[in-house]
Write a protein that binds this ligand. Structure first.
Ligand SMILES: *[C@@H]1O[C@H](CO)[C@@H](O)[C@H](O)[C@H]1NC(C)=O
Ligand SMILES: *[C@@H]1O[C@H](CO)[C@@H](O)[C@H](O)[C@H]1NC(C)=O
Ligand SMILES: *[C@@H]1O[C@H](CO)[C@@H](O)[C@H](O)[C@H]1NC(C)=O
Ligand SMILES: *[C@@H]1O[C@H](CO)[C@@H](O)[C@H](O)[C@H]1NC(C)=O
Length: 399
């Protein structure tokens, strides 16, 4: 009944005559309700339409915003400073060190080489951002290798000594802040971090033939804890961790950091001519940290001699022995080279060489040693920084 009557009403037809007044009234009510409802629907759909317009405007604005952010990222990847500036000017990023650090830490769509470049800048503001960025890393209860994995994955370390120094200093500070009591000082953490990065290359780069043993790693890190030794257990854990899994670095172009930036480490058997007594002795030589160490046996913990390569030159020489080269002080052939050696009775004395003459087993090895040593003595500013820190921590023992 309702439906039929409604249809009638809709079509504007008059009401049937045979209805009681109550029924007529009822029908009238229904019609009014219907009209009200219709009006409601119109109002609502108008509101919906307005809403739709608003939403689409907002979307478009969002879309525009996203487009601009994407453009900012693109700009950042080409020129980090310009990218950041663009984002700030378009109010897509707040100009505070915390917000910029957060943006870099999230790193969405950002090239990690570009992040490294931005964080490495020596501008006062960039340095503040670097520290805010490092503070976003949580290192609590991570061992040094785990922390380094996280840190070195968040951007690509640039190749410049000063930049690396600033970044690793910030890292070491943060690590020590998160893990008080593990190291005596930030310097210890800093030095050990590099020892680990170098160990990574020694163990995993196929060009490095002599893989350092755990014992060697431990002995190379003696005295770095402000003159004291770090627990063997701690060093063993770090060694095992790197041995089991190499560091990954972002944007790895096969030209790994350690190999391009650090002096190539080498080890091997060589013959060394004595200083006072001119006899040839077979020694196990290790080139590392801008020093040449020599040992009587590969398993010895303490070296028989240490020759810092600072201020020295190297040249090929003819001798009765084959494949010889010589370390000497340029322009001063009578000056004794600063070096030290351990006497048979265990005393450490200054060396007495005005030159070191060394013979390699093959011509090929001679060339490799000469190249590696040349690379080590080509004044690398980073090496000086690292050496200065080592001197600082080892001198603490004496004071
Ligand atoms: C990041 O930038 C570096 C240097 O400009 C470039 O070599 C590298 O291919 C870039 N990486 C990606 C994933 O685009
Ligand atoms: C660690 O070694 C691997 C293999 O040689 C290399 O790809 C990676 O870049 C190295 N990582 C660092 C931080 O040097
Ligand atoms: C190297 O030369 C510089 C400048 O002459 C000097 O200060 C430094 O002590 C030398 N280092 C060594 C190990 O002889
Ligand atoms: C070094 O050699 C000189 C003479 O060649 C000698 O007088 C001096 O005692 C030697 N010094 C050491 C520490 O052996």
């Amino acid at each position: 009944f309702g439906l039929r009557e409604e249809t009638h009403a809709d079509m504007g037809r008059t009401l049937p005559d045979d209805l009681t007044p109550e029924e007529k009234q009822e029908l009238e009510n229904i019609r009014r309700r219907k009209l009200e409802l219709l009006e409601d629907i119109q109002v609502q759909s108008r509101a919906a339409a307005v809403l739709l317009v608003l939403v689409s405007l907002c979307c478009r604005k969002n879309m525009q915003r996203n487009k601009q952010v994407a453009m900012g990222r693109k700009k950042f990847n080409m020129d980090p400073k310009k990218g950041i500036q663009f984002l700030i000017e378009n109010e897509l990023l707040k100009n505070t060190r915390e917000d910029i650090a957060q943006f870099l830490y999230k790193g969405e769509g950002l090239n990690k080489t570009a992040i490294g470049d931005y964080l490495g800048e020596r501008d006062e503001f960039n340095i503040l951002v670097l520290h805010a960025f490092v503070e976003l890393h949580e290192f609590t209860d991570l061992n040094l290798v785990q922390a380094l994995r996280q840190f070195l994955w968040s951007f690509r370390l640039p190749g410049e000594a000063q930049k690396i120094d600033r970044m690793m200093e910030a890292f070491a500070q943060r690590y020590c802040q998160c893990n008080p009591g593990v190291f005596q000082s930030t310097d210890t953490c800093y030095i050990l971090s590099f020892a680990i990065i170098m160990l990574n290359t020694s163990l995993h780069n196929p060009n490095v033939k002599d893989k350092p043993t755990l014992e060697r790693f431990i002995s190379m890190n003696r005295g770095i804890n402000d003159g004291g030794d770090l627990p063997d257990e701690l060093l063993r854990n770090l060694y095992d961790s790197i041995k089991n899994e190499p560091f990954k670095i972002p944007e790895d172009d096969g030209n790994d950091l350690t190999h391009t930036f650090f002096n190539p480490d080498r080890e091997g058997w060589l013959l060394k001519l004595g200083g006072r007594v001119k006899t040839w002795k077979r020694r196990w030589f290790i080139l590392t940290d801008n020093c040449l160490y020599y040992f009587e046996y590969t398993t010895d913990k303490e070296p028989r001699g240490i020759i810092p390569l600072e201020n020295l030159s190297i040249r090929e020489v003819e001798d009765k022995k084959p494949n010889c080269f010589e370390l000497f002080i340029p322009d001063n052939k009578d000056q004794v080279i600063k070096a030290c050696k351990t006497e048979a009775d265990g005393r450490v004395v200054e060396g007495n060489h005005t030159f070191y003459r060394i013979s390699a087993p093959t011509a090929e090895e001679k060339d490799e040693w000469i190249n590696s040593i040349k690379a080590a003595i080509s004044r690398d500013p980073f090496y000086e920084m690292l050496a200065a820190r080592k001197k600082k921590v080892s001198s603490m023992k004496r004071h």
